[in-house]
Design a protein around this ligand. Structure first.
Ligand code: SAH
Length: 257
């Protein structure tokens, strides 16, 4: 049977930005308004509480693949389904989980899900929101590393930090620690302290764009593991990053060898 356009289900994988509703894009707002169902980790679902037209499906943050399957199944029935992430859905979030599930689909799932219109819609990721609040610490080449060792070996994380420091990238760290890794950030800090000069600027941006936002800029010599928690994104400058008034910035130009 052919699906009519009206009956075709959709899965919109969207990012709600770092916290302030003003940082939700108009495109994502339109998708929220048009949706029938929303899936996501509890705190993200909470942000849509009170929108009566939506059926909400909250789940724990360790259940990403099951959540993606359930959302695809519902969309295959012709529903307009949202998959929520914070920030941007493609940055350490649900978009990859959806494609992982699509890639690993059994033949009967593949057939069912083929009719679903899947679209990823960008959001403002924590690193960019934090960088804007600080000034322009990511104004030159930078990289972005997830410090969680849930899905990759700790040795890979350490190697990436070390090589990024040697290549003089500015860096943004997501998930600096978690309940299961309370000391997670101390190893990253040790590696940075081995590779960079003590005056290097390091910025701790917590709960960016929320009422309890805090920004803390220190040097590597005075940085401590306790300055980062799971609600913090950490930005490490490159060797040229400096302060200008209350701001931190990285110049666009780089000395020629
Ligand atoms: N998809 C999200 C990232 C999810 S990983 C995004 O694009 O932003 C979760 C990590 O993101 C947290 O551990 C923290 O490092 C960072 N983070 C998310 N929201 C934040 C905020 N408002 N302020 C500071 N860091 C935040």
């Amino acid at each position: 049977m052919k699906h009519s356009a009206a009956a075709r289900g959709s899965l919109r994988v969207v990012g709600l930005g770092p916290g302030d509703d003003a940082l939700i894009t108009d495109q994502v707002r339109a998708s929220i308004a048009a949706a029938t169902d929303a899936f996501g980790y509890f705190p993200y679902i909470e942000r849509l509480q009170g929108l009566g037209h939506l059926q909400l499906h909250a789940s724990d943050n360790r259940e990403e693949l099951d959540r993606a399957r359930a959302a695809l199944d519902l969309a295959a029935q012709g529903r307009q389904v949202l998959m929520l992430s914070s920030g941007d859905p493609g940055v350490f979030a649900m978009a990859s989980a959806v494609f992982e599930v699509l890639e690993g689909a059994a033949p009967e799932q593949r057939q069912r899900w083929a009719a679903v219109d899947v679209e990823v819609q960008p959001g403002i990721t924590a690193m960019l929101a934090a960088a804007a609040r600080l000034g322009a610490p990511l104004g030159h080449d930078f990289c972005c590393i997830n410090l969680s060792d849930n899905l990759k070996p700790a040795a890979v994380i350490e190697r990436r930090i070390r090589l990024a420091a040697q290549a003089d990238f500015a860096m943004a760290f997501y998930n600096p620690c978690s309940k299961s890794r309370p000391q997670g950030f101390s190893r990253a800090l040790q590696v940075l302290q081995q590779e960079c000069e003590p005056e290097r600027l390091i910025c701790f941006a917590r709960n960016v764009s929320r009422p309890d936002e805090t920004l803390n800029v220190v040097t590597l010599a005075t940085a401590a593991p306790a300055m980062a928690d799971m609600r913090t994104v950490v930005i490490v400058g490159n060797s040229l990053t400096r302060r200008v008034g209350p701001h931190v910035y990285t110049p666009r130009s780089y000395p020629h060898a």
